[in-house]
Design a protein around this ligand. Structure first.
Ligand code: FE2
Length: 149
């Protein structure tokens, strides 16, 4: 029983860490969007371009392993909720590739898009991701811990 409890706590800590990383990425992308076009840090664009794909993929893996089983076990509409979250993960990963591409070009001072269009794209991405993470966080805190086993 104690081992299961510790295991559950570790999984929850991993999940919280993955939420925190996604929200930190959103903050960086917002700072980039706010700094367009004149106060832009090209280094920051290149760093964000490097981490965005791996960060999202590892967050999605953590959620698949820890959050989704709990939703399936404890949420009255679990299958539908998990299907919707998986769809959002796919959409975010596709969108992230576009964002990554533009950040890379920006970092190399060869942007494809006008600054307004880049800002619009970045805001679309991080606002959507923040909403998604907020929803998952609510699910994590509202479902009974016992179902995580
Ligand atoms: Fe997610």
């Amino acid at each position: 029983m104690q081992v299961q409890k510790m295991h559950g706590e570790r999984l929850e800590a991993a999940l919280r860490e993955s939420f925190a990383q996604q929200l930190a990425l959103c903050d960086v992308l917002e700072e980039i969007a706010d700094s367009l076009p004149n106060a832009l840090s090209h280094q920051r664009c290149l760093r964000a371009a490097q981490v965005i794909g791996p960060l999202l993929r590892s967050a999605h893996q953590a959620e698949e392993a820890t959050l989704f089983p709990r939703i399936l076990a404890a949420h009255p509409d679990g299958r539908t909720v998990v299907e919707q979250l998986r769809l959002e993960h796919l959409e975010d990963e596709c969108f992230a590739e576009e964002v990554q591409y533009e950040l890379q070009l920006l970092g190399c001072r060869q942007p494809l898009l006008a600054p307004e269009a880049t800002g619009y794209m970045l805001r679309g991405f991080f606002e959507c991701l923040r909403r998604h993470v907020r929803h998952e966080h609510e699910l994590m805190t509202s479902l009974p811990q016992a179902a995580a086993r």
